[in-house]
Design a binder for this molecule. Sequence first.
Ligand code: SDX
Length: 382
Amino acid sequence: MVDAPEIKHGLEGVYFTESGICKVDGINGRLYYCGYSIETLAGNSNFEEVCYLLLNERLPSASELSVFRKSLASERDLPDEVVMVIEKLAKSSDEMDVLRSAVSMLAFSDKDAADDTEPSNMRKSIRLISKIASIVAATGSVRAGRGYVRPDPSMGHIENFLYMLNGSKPKDEHVKILDTMFLLHAEHSSNASTFSGIVTASTLSDMHSAVTSAIGTLKGPLHGGADEAALQMMREIGRPEHTVKYIEEALAGKKKIMGFGHRVYKTYDPRARIIKKRLEELQGSADEEVRNLTNIALAAEKLMVDRIGKSHGIWPNVDFFSGPVYTDLGIDIYLFTPIFAASRIPGWCAHIIQYLRENKLIRPLEYYNGTLDREYVPIDKR
Ligand code: SDX
């Protein structure tokens, strides 16, 4: 009997390629986009500039950024058939299913859909960055009964997103904090949804199919869906003084606490630190609901860090504090994961384009542990 090979379940610890787009230092809790620390970018850059950085692996000049922003603004409007699907489905379907279906439909009206050269994939990346934000905003607006709000090309990416979502010009402070949230979620190396998009692209399928794969993957509560699940948990806890009992019971029942733990970070997720700080800065102006959610989150964080943080390497991740921040912006829970997708699309596209430069079909092995040459018994003899 041949010795069984070592199985890396879930591909844990396996390097499948190399890239200069993102460094995730799980031991020291550091994150870099193309060499710039996430703290530097969160403090000095913005989502549109980071989209350019991820796609080009360098920061733009002022004129390059101006051209890039104009390209993004020109691609926001949605084809009529996509608006129709959103209007038909948004009130009765899971928002990630609406997004996945709408992105699939974008391919039918994209003149570059079948052209997978790099310049074409770059053009499609810009369209997808703009249109996925519009799809998410339109889904929220339709669900709230406001119908499709056409984009305003004079606004920036995040300002226009909030305008299409709420039907009114957003407050500058809301634009600024949501821009930071998009920037923090824009990229994270070979996470499950990015890997899923790369696997699809590696077969020489197309950009829309690859991004549709990524959206389907991000939906899961072990990945992008954790932000919604974490807020649901905070709402179930209800009051800060109920937090310890709730979490202790959940841990005793071997339940996973959403928004904690990470395959790579074995210390505090640096993005969670920044989001927590933004959340604490909001407390002065936040309403009672957000203040209550924040106090529950802080109580849960303290318990988890003391109980299993240091001992088990299970710390808050990017999804834990996001919910109360989005709630303060008036964003409903069902849009949290779609917003994660609207943030991550530049990272997905950057990795797909880069991998295709030296493409190799992704096809890992599965160790066969069954029997061989079994005798076929006719059905009347079984
Ligand atoms: C994201 O990969 C990325 O980069 C993703 C992401 C990105 O930007 O793309 O960072 C975004 O997806 C963040 C993660 C969001 N998911 C959650 O918050 C869901 C809750 N977290 C867990 O499901 C878990 O921590 C994972 C899935 C994130 C990572 O788990 P692993 O590495 O597969 O480890 P595991 O599930 O095998 O857990 C190891 C042990 C287990 O205990 P034992 O069975 O060994 O006794 O740790 C325990 C787990 O039960 N554990 C937890 C826990 N996470 C792990 N226990 C309680 N609560 C948790 N959250």
